[in-house]
Design a protein around this ligand. Structure first.
Ligand SMILES: C[S@@+](CC[C@H](N)C(=O)[O-])C[C@H]1O[C@@H](n2cnc3c(N)ncnc32)[C@H](O)[C@@H]1O
Length: 426
């Protein structure tokens, strides 16, 4: 909680947790992140002068989020942790007593929580007057989604506030979907096929317990992300660039399609090492795969001057489309990040376009639902990049209620050979 308040991603923090307790810490922290606005509103009402220090504030927020679980919330897919109110209060007070930053505030925590239990209805009614509490998103985020999608904004926010399903992509180099479905059935794991190569599990499971993990039969990948590989028709021997590759989910999809010469580029060396791990587990690593650390927007740092036949540009984005899997994102982002990220995406795309062969294909992807990173970028690419022609692609994929995929944007462009570019000057 404190790391997120300081601007760190929960993914990084959780990776540093010792394995035996990581799943429990993740479950609890995700639960709180999904209800953070409510916890903050209640804490504001209970602590008129604010928290005396950040640790005490985080402890109080966490317990308020857990205490204020409502019966209907058990339907949102993530079972609320079931603790009796008196257990939560007494554990919070005990925890406060165990750290010197909070020991002096044991009495204050106890008083706040007991007041919450006494005045629950009135406090909740007051908290729910705030739109961020009702929707579980920052106010600026709600406004941006409402402006962009006037008739769908409510279903987009509602679906993004709940956890997403666990979806697998079959490694077609090793097996097929029927074989994996049968293996799941044999272990009584309910599942449904999705898209061309996907399977959605009825209930999330620890990945190590799903049949085929060791054998590399599948990787965990949202159905929306699985489209990427299918949109680039690759054939053996092509020179392909995966420009923002880590941790390698889409790289794997590309390598399943054909035996291509693939350069997997990423600015982050540590994240890039996860591409290697994933490709090794899936048996997709071969001599034609090169991993490079470099800045896609600065060609001299990594490009050898040989043009590519196809480029996947899964550019850095606000990740506003995947908040149901990463509920900390909505609290880490600021409104200005949309414009800043869109500007970075343009710098990356403009540089990458130079490395594409005439006639080559360019797939632009983001996991965002903000049009500034999607449809507006496509319009800019079409009008600015020399020889750019748009080809059919899914465009904006929106998460909606009951939808089985996250929010993504896909644009597919061809770089027209200059000789073929129609002369429109006459
Ligand atoms: C959306 S993630 C890619 C996800 C990946 N394609 C997958 O399917 O697993 C974006 C990646 O871009 C990388 N990145 C950010 N800025 C970059 C830059 N200037 N050049 C290259 N990579 C960059 C980040 O480190 C991050 O790994």
């Amino acid at each position: 909680m404190q790391a997120v308040a300081e601007g760190y991603s929960l993914t990084e923090v959780l990776n540093a947790e010792p394995l035996p307790r990581r799943a429990a810490v993740q479950s609890l922290s995700f639960y709180v992140m999904r209800r953070l606005a409510r916890g903050r509103a209640l804490a504001d009402l209970l602590l008129e002068r604010g928290a005396p220090n950040p640790l005490m504030g985080s402890l109080l927020l966490t317990v308020l989020c857990l205490l204020s679980v409502e019966p209907a919330e058990s339907a949102d897919g993530q079972r609320p942790p079931r603790y009796e109110a008196h257990t939560l209060v007494s554990q919070a007070v005990t925890a406060a007593g165990q750290d010197k930053q909070t020991a002096a505030f044991k009495g204050l925590i106890n008083a706040c929580l007991r007041r919450y239990l006494r005045e629950r209805e009135a406090l909740m009614a007051q908290a729910y007057l705030r739109s961020d509490v009702r929707w579980g998103f920052p106010k600026w985020w709600i406004r941006r989604i409402r402006e962009a999608y006037p008739s769908q904004w409510e279903s987009i926010l509602a679906s993004a506030a709940a956890p997403g399903p666990l979806t697998l992509r079959i490694n077609t180099r090793k097996t097929d979907r029927d074989t994996v479905m049968q293996a799941l059935q044999a272990q009584h794991i309910g599942a449904t096929p999705i898209g061309q190569h996907g399977i959605v599990l009825d209930q999330a499971q620890p990945v190590g317990k799903i049949p085929g993990f060791e054998q590399g039969w599948w990787l965990v990948q949202d159905a929306g992300a699985q489209c990427a590989a299918d949109l680039l028709p690759l054939t053996d021997g092509m020179r392909v660039l995966d420009a923002c590759a880590a941790p390698g989910g889409k790289t794997a999809g590309l390598l399943m399609q054909a035996k291509v010469h693939l350069t997997a580029l990423d600015i982050d060396e540590v994240r890039l090492s996860r591409v290697t791990e994933n490709l090794l587990r899936l048996g997709l690593d071969h001599d034609g795969v090169i991993l490079k650390t470099g800045n896609a927007a600065r060609l001299p740092s990594w490009w050898d001057g040989q043009p590519f036949d196809a480029i996947l540009a899964d550019v850095p984005c606000t990740a506003s489309g995947i908040v149901r899997r990463h509920p900390d994102i909505k609290w880490l982002r600021e409104e200005q990040d949309i414009a800043d990220t869109a500007a970075l995406q343009r710098r990356i795309v403009a540089a990458l376009w130079e490395t594409l062969k005439p006639g080559g294909l360019f797939l632009y992807v983001t996991c965002s639902v903000f049009p500034q990173e999607g449809i507006e970028q496509e319009a800019w690419m079409r009008t600015t990049l020399p020889g750019a022609v748009s080809l059919p692609a899914p465009g904006q994929l929106l998460p909606g209620q009951g939808s089985e995929h996250d929010g993504f944007f896909y644009a597919l462009l061809r770089k027209q050979d200059e000789k073929q570019t129609p002369d429109t000057s006459a």
